[in-house]
Design a protein around this ligand. Structure first.
Ligand SMILES: Cc1cc2nc3c(=O)[nH]c(=O)nc-3n(C[C@H](O)[C@H](O)[C@H](O)COP(=O)(O)OP(=O)(O)OC[C@H]3O[C@@H](n4cnc5c(N)ncnc54)[C@H](O)[C@@H]3O)c2cc1C
Length: 391
């Protein structure tokens, strides 16, 4: 039931990592996740364990003391974790996304200062793009960066920031004061410790209630020059190119949720009897299960393909968007059917699929809504024609 297709041979050490993720998620994270959902409490309590198991620095290269695993293995690990705890999955996915952006875009000084510690809970990271007035239109950010001696001062407010309550590092998009339009958007790594940050929890989320979501206000937060990523004017590009990878992470989260839904659906359909027979023997119920099984396989295949392109250094923006779009929408359809197959039993909190249905919902919204993914795919086709990289 892994994200890894049956015909693909994976190195033994990668298989061991995926198996360890599955075991830990099933035997420990699952119970935590149910508790976090009920109490809206934070996954931060398991960060030390996640760090110890190597799951917080999966994408950091080995020469910087990371695990250095292929992106496809990372996706398979997220899939396993999500099947038991979608909230832990997004927490790790965002932290890893910031790490991989630093690896590809930060100065040598910032890489060697931050990345060797990426597996420590004290290096927990957040991706601070969205603002109250800048959601899908990320270029509309109003957070400012003012050049000062030795660095920049950041002022403004970010919204909906995953890992925003206990995170230390905030990858932040800001507008450079005094710069021309084409040189104004800049990416910075802000150290959240004692640096003018005010964090306010966003409560009342529908799903992934164990993950931290916060409003983060910056007041004169200092960023040294070495923590500016890329050159002025390339800030949005830094974020969007990172999202090529992040979106495949969210696709893996969606396949994990869908896998859990299918498994619950099948097991309930086998044991629940009506009219003297298991409900799974009714064509209508079988139809829901069959559609879900096919959609799950298609979602996994697309997600795997997008991840393999990243491994080969051929990350394809359209392919990442296709995987995210299809996997997240399929997860929502499958979660809907999982509740339907459970009948009234699926409508109450104690039933696992009730939570999965709520957890699935956000996957079509964050890291670019489904509508935005369709724009990315259509614009890419309009620009480049129909050719996609071969996976
Ligand atoms: C739980 C959660 C965690 C999040 N974590 C993070 C995080 O860690 N970091 C971060 O930066 N952000 C995060 N976000 C923010 C998320 O990425 C945004 O919510 C998302 O990008 C959509 O922005 P918006 O909410 O402002 O919606 P809007 O952009 O206002 O969109 C509203 C609706 O209009 C549609 N729409 C907008 N523009 C177009 C268009 N051009 N064409 C067609 N339809 C359009 C959208 O698809 C959507 O249906 C998180 C959000 C949630 C809910």
């Amino acid at each position: 039931m892994s994200l890894v297709p049956n015909h693909v041979a994976v190195e033994d050490d990668q298989v061991a990592l995926i198996d360890a993720a599955r075991e830990y998620a099933r035997h420990e994270l699952f119970a935590h996740d149910r508790k976090w959902d009920a109490g809206e409490s934070s996954v931060a309590e398991v960060l030390p364990k996640l760090g110890e198991m190597g799951f917080m620095n999966l994408l950091v290269p080995e020469d910087l003391e990371g695990v250095g695993c292929p992106f496809s293995t990372y996706g398979a690990i997220l899939h396993e974790i999500s099947a038991s705890s979608p909230a832990t999955c997004v927490t790790l996915s965002v932290h890893s996304l910031v790490g991989t952006i630093l690896d590809h875009r930060a100065s040598q000084a910032a890489r060697s200062e931050c990345l060797p510690h990426w597996g420590d809970p004290g290096s927990f990271a957040a991706f601070a793009l969205t603002e109250a007035g800048a959601g899908s239109d990320a270029a509309a950010v109003t957070t400012t960066a003012t050049k000062v001696d030795g660095g920049f001062r950041i002022n403004g407010e970010k919204m909906w920031i995953t890992n925003g309550l206990t995170g230390r590092w905030f990858l932040t998009l800001a507008r450079l004061v005094g710069a021309s339009d084409d040189a104004s958007l800049c990416a910075f790594l802000v150290d959240g410790r004692d640096n003018g940050l005010e964090r306010t929890a966003i409560h009342g989320k529908m799903g992934i209630r164990g993950s931290e979501t916060a409003v983060v206000h910056f007041t004169d937060s200092f960023v040294p020059d070495k923590f500016q990523l890329d050159v002025p004017g390339r800030g949005l590009h830094v974020f969007l190119s990172g999202l090529n990878r992040g979106r495949v992470g969210i696709a893996s989260q969606a396949t994990g949720i869908a896998e859990a839904c299918l498994s619950e659906m099948v097991s309930y359909a086998r044991q629940r009897e009506q009219f003297g027979r298991p409900i799974g023997t009714f064509a209508a119920v079988g139809d829901m299960i069959a559609k879900s099984a096919v959609e799950l396989e298609a979602a996994k295949a697309l997600t795997w393909r997008a991840a393999r392109l990243i491994d080969r250094g051929e990350a394809d923006r359209r392919m990442s968007s296709m995987a995210k779009l299809y996997a997240t929408e399929a997860a929502n359809r499958i979660a809907y059917r999982a509740v339907q197959v459970h009948g009234g039993s699926g409508y109450v909190r104690e039933c696992r699929v009730e939570q999965l249905y709520r957890d699935a919902r956000v996957t079509t919204i964050y890291e670019g809504t489904s509508e935005v993914q369709r724009i990315v795919i259509a614009n890419g086709l309009a620009r480049d024609g129909a050719a996609l990289s071969e996976a």
